[in-house]
Design a protein. Structure first.
Length: 319
C-alpha cells in the first residue's frame, strides 16, 4: 500500500518582508500509484506572478500523470516497460503545455496591467516572454506497481530512501548553481528536465524545494535529516496520523527557515506503508537536527490536497 504527506512553510525572509510564499506542493493518490510534487516560484521582481506559476506547475504535473496513468494502468505499464524515456517525455511535454494553458487562463482572467509593467518590469514588457513572469522550478516523484520514476527542472532536492534504508540523491539539475536556476518558463524547458527511472520500488521518494537543503551545512547532514524523516513514516496508516506528521514537519521547517536558509520550505513525500527495517537506524532523531529549541509558530499552513476528476485520456497518447 502506498501513501504520502506534504508540508509547506513560509520562509522567515518572506515573513520579515511581508511577501507571499513562493512554494507549492501536491499529492495524488490512486489505486495503483501515488505521486508527489513541489515547485518553487522564482520570486524576484520580474517574476511577480511566480507564486501562481509554482501552483500551476504542480497542478499541471498531477494532471498530466493522471491523464496517462489512471485510465488504463496496465496499458501504461506495458508502454512504460517498452520505452520508459519516450513515455515519460510525453508526460513532461503534456505538463509543459498544461502549465502554459493555465498561465493563459490566468492572464485572461487577470490581464497584466500597465501599473504592473511599470512597477515590476521597468516599463519594458515582452509579450513573447510572458511565461517568465510565472517562472518556477518543479520536482516530481511517482511510485506505482511496475513503474517508479521521477523528474525535475531547476533547483531543489530529489531524495530516495531505498528498500535497505539508504538515503541518496539520484538526480539533480547541474545547471542550477548559486543564484541561477533552470526554469519551467524557459522557451526550451523540455530539454532542461532531468529524469530518473527505478529498477524496483524504493521505500520512499522525497522531493523538496531548495529552502530545505540550503538550511544544512553539507549534503551528509541533509541526507541524514531525510532519513530521520523516513523513520517517522512508519505507522502513518491513518489520515489523522498523516495530518499530525504534516503539522510536525511544518513546525520543524519553520525553525529550519528561521535559523538557516530563511527561505520557503516545502516537501512532498510518497512512501510504502510497510515497517522499517533495522538498517534504517541512525544516531539522529528528527528533533535532533534543530540547532536550538523548537519554538512553534502558527505562520504556515499545510497544503490541503483534493484529488479532482479530470477528463479521460485520449486514445492515441501512446502512439
Amino acid at each position: 500500500m502506498l501513501s504520502g504527506i506534504s508540508a509547506i512553510t513560509i520562509g522567515q525572509s518572506h515573513i520579515d518582508n511581508k511577501t507571499e510564499c513562493q512554494d507549492s506542493a501536491i499529492l495524488d493518490f490512486n489505486d495503483k500509484y501515488v505521486m508527489g510534487a513541489v515547485a518553487d516560484g522564482h520570486g524576484s521582481k520580474k517574476h511577480f506572478r511566480s507564486a501562481k506559476g509554482s501552483q500551476f506547475a504542480v497542478e499541471a504535473a498531477k494532471y498530466s500523470i493522471y491523464e496517462y496513468m489512471n485510465d488504463n494502468y496496465e496499458k501504461f505499464v506495458d508502454a512504460y516497460n517498452k520505452d520508459k524515456k519516450y513515455l515519460i517525455d510525453r508526460i513532461i511535454k503534456m505538463l509543459i503545455t498544461k502549465w502554459h494553458e493555465k498561465i493563459q487562463e490566468d492572464i485572461n482572467n487577470e490581464p497584466i496591467t500597465q501599473e504592473e509593467i511599470d512597477k515590476y518590469l521597468g516599463g519594458n514588457f515582452n509579450e513573447e516572454k510572458i511565461a517568465s513572469i510565472y517562472g518556477t522550478t518543479l520536482l516530481v516523484g511517482v511510485m506505482g506497481e511496475g513503474c517508479n520514476f521521477g523528474f525535475l527542472i531547476g533547483d531543489g532536492s530529489f531524495v530516495v530512501i531505498d528498500k535497505h534504508g539508504k538515503a541518496y540523491i539520484p538526480i539533480e539539475d547541474e545547471n542550477s548553481k548559486a543564484n541561477y536556476t533552470t526554469s519551467l518558463s524557459s522557451s526550451d524547458s523540455f530539454n532542461g528536465f532531468v529524469t530518473h527511472f527505478f529498477d524496483e520500488m524504493p521505500f520512499s521518494i522525497m522531493v523538496s524545494t531548495d529552502g530545505l537543503v540550503k538550511s544544512f551545512a553539507d549534503d551528509n547532514d541533509f541526507l541524514d535529516y531525510n532519513q530521520a524523516i523516513a523513520m517517522e513514516l512508519d505507522g502513518l496508516d491513518t489520515v489523522d496520523k498523516r495530518i499530525e506528521m504534516e503539522d510536525r514537519l511544518t513546525k520543524l521547517f519553520e525553525q529550519r527557515s528561521r535559523d538557516g536558509s530563511e527561505d520557503d520550505i516545502s516537501i512532498s513525500i510518497i512512501f510504502k506503508l510497510v515497517p522499517f527495517k533495522a538498517s534504517l537506524q541512525t544516531e539522529h532523531s528528527l528533533q535532533g537536527f534543530s540547532p536550538s529549541p523548537v519554538q512553534f509558530m502558527a505562520l504556515a499552513k499545510i497544503l490541503a490536497v483534493v484529488v479532482l476528476p479530470v477528463p479521460l485520456v485520449p486514445q492515441n497518447k501512446y502512439a
